[in-house]
Design a protein around this ligand. Structure first.
Ligand code: GRF
Length: 189
């Protein structure tokens, strides 16, 4: 049984889909939810699901091994970033080589990097006149949205699309594919 830690800052819809996917599984379980925003929806999900959660603080996250030690102590096998808005510090990347993955709501390397999250991404994609968007699931390294790509899935953008409708198409891809990729990675650990 592998242990998954989900890092999230927001609503947690991806976290919920991953939790649902592994419910009753003997392959993996979401054993910890890590959040950096008090009141975030993902914390309500953790409570509802009876999954331990921690609210992390900036200073020790970026300037100590406190959370690295906690994740090791919890025997975390895979760290899954699902809408986590802080950059992952080098000590955490180095402590979990090829064991931290992220999902980005666009086709990297375009429309990635600092500030490119949520509606900002979809607005940029439409403003650029793109004919498609999609998701990128990738390993996390020490730069934003830069690690080796694991999977990309695409959706078509029509002239009628708005940032909202693009977000809906992209979120459907996220919910469909992120749990599948997490399971595939766990079985390779
Ligand atoms: C998703 O768009 C994901 O691609 C991005 O952050 C968002 C998380 O949404 N990394 P949710 O909190 O899982 O609903």
């Amino acid at each position: 049984m592998k242990n998954i830690a989900i890092f999230a800052s927001g609503a947690g819809s991806n976290a919920q889909k991953i939790i649902d996917h592994f419910r009753g599984s003997d392959k993996g379980r979401v054993s910890l939810i890590v959040c950096n925003k008090a009141g975030a929806g993902v914390l309500q999900i953790a409570e509802h699901e009876g999954i331990p959660s921690i609210l992390i603080e900036k200073e020790p996250f970026f300037h100590s091994d406190k959370y690295v030690l906690l994740l090791k102590d919890q025997q975390i096998d895979l760290v899954v970033l699902a809408g986590f808005l802080w950059k992952i510090p080098a000590n955490l990347v180095q402590a979990f080589p090829d064991r931290i993955i992220n999902i980005h709501p666009a086709l990297l390397p375009k429309f990635g990097g600092k500030g490119m999250y949520g509606h900002f991404v979809h607005e940029a994609v439409i403003a650029a006149g793109e004919k498609e968007s999609g998701i990128t699931i990738h390993f996390v390294n020490e730069k934003y949205d830069d690690g080796e790509t694991i999977l990309q899935e695409r959706c078509i953008i029509t002239p009628e699309d708005t940032p909202i409708t693009v977000a809906q198409k992209v979120q459907a891809l996220e919910h469909q594919w992120f749990p599948v990729i997490v399971e595939r990675l766990l079985s390779a650990l």
